[in-house]
Design a protein around this ligand. Structure first.
Ligand code: DP6
Length: 320
């Protein structure tokens, strides 16, 4: 059987950086994110006894090196004795460059594979499954603003604001499309083992989550800006103080952060966040979108500016 699903990346405002259980890929803390609308990954999964091996095509090219992680995800969803699968993935944004492509990919893969295997699972169960493949993928099962809670033994995920509740828009300045040298998963394991700031980062996550939750409930942009920028800079401080250091920024990253600071000084409602890559994401209220786009377009080294509102969670598409 074949099924088609679509998912979008999500951008964390209170970040996931650290694992409590490597085997089950359980995050060390909760996190809070925005699911995007206009960056999309569409995934087709077909199971057939006629296939002799799994195959994976990403944006038209065979990707055997990514297959082991994808096959493990399919085994978790459909059982290790499942038929072999043909997987075809298409995305409209750069992959592996700090734009949460693995979140969108594993969310879409989990939804498509469950459907293709004829299994009916709700979004919470799909989120838990997706999270084993990639922690941030669990959040892309839900739309709007999403919180992931981490219990002792499991995660639970849900929307805390719907798409229409708050007109937040993300303007992304892309300056380097190439895939990151070190995956987030490997880098966070290194941080936990070597950064002297790691335990302090983990201890303070609950306070940041509470501040972000309250800001979202009150639609308090200034409060969300404050906690999100602080949380982002703390995560990068943990990365920078890992041994060897994990530095995803470049000089264009810093120029984009400076541009956001200048716009804030002239009272534009905007703040930045940055993940495991050099791209800067500016979260804006509607009146700041055009000035931020203009500022990013004027920065030497910015190759592409993408804009997205809040989007829906991963879902099955008709037409498989
Ligand atoms: C910086 O979800 O990619 O984007 O669970 O190992 O696949 P794995 O990690 P991943 O890490 C995301 C890290 C981040 C922050 C975030 O999205 O919360």
């Amino acid at each position: 059987m074949r099924a088609l699903a679509q998912a979008q990346p999500n951008i964390a405002l209170v970040k996931y950086w650290g694992k409590r259980d490597l085997e089950r890929n359980l995050p060390a803390t909760g996190s809070l994110s925005m699911t995007l609308a206009s960056l999309t990954t569409t995934m087709s999964v077909e199971f057939s006894d006629a296939f002799h091996e799994d195959s994976l095509s990403v944006n038209g090219a065979d990707e055997p090196s990514l297959l082991p992680r994808v096959a493990r995800c399919l085994d978790r969803i459909a059982g290790a004795s499942r038929p072999r699968a043909a997987i075809v993935s298409e995305s409209n944004f750069p992959l592996g460059a700090g734009l949460a492509s693995s979140a969108a990919a594993f969310a879409a893969l989990t939804v498509a594979a469950s459907k293709a295997a004829g299994l009916s699972r709700d979004a919470s169960a799909l989120a838990r499954l997706a999270g084993v493949s990639s922690g941030s993928a669990a959040r892309s099962l839900f739309g709007g603003i999403v919180e992931l809670h981490c219990g002792d033994d499991d995660i639970s995920v849900g929307s805390i604001a719907a798409i229409d509740d708050w007109p937040l828009t993300v303007v992304i300045a892309i300056n380097d499309d190439s895939a990151k040298p070190l995956s987030s998963g490997e880098a966070m394991i290194r941080s936990a083992a070597t950064s002297p700031f790691y335990s302090c980062w983990i201890e303070r996550q609950e306070a940041d989550l509470e501040a972000a939750r309250r800001a979202v409930a009150r639609r308090d942009f200034a409060a969300l800006a404050k906690v999100s920028e602080h949380n982002c800079l703390k995560m990068h401080s943990v990365m920078w103080t890992s041994r060897p250091p994990v530095v995803y920024w470049n000089k264009v990253t810093l120029a984009c952060m400076e541009a956001v600071r200048r716009l804030q000084q002239s009272e534009h409602p905007v703040f930045f966040t940055i993940d495991a890559g050099p791209q800067v994401k500016a979260v804006c209220l509607p009146e700041a979108v055009a000035p931020v786009q203009q500022a990013f377009c004027g920065i030497a080294g910015v190759t592409r500016v993408m804009t997205s509102g809040l989007g829906a969670g991963a879902r099955v598409l008709d037409g498989a």
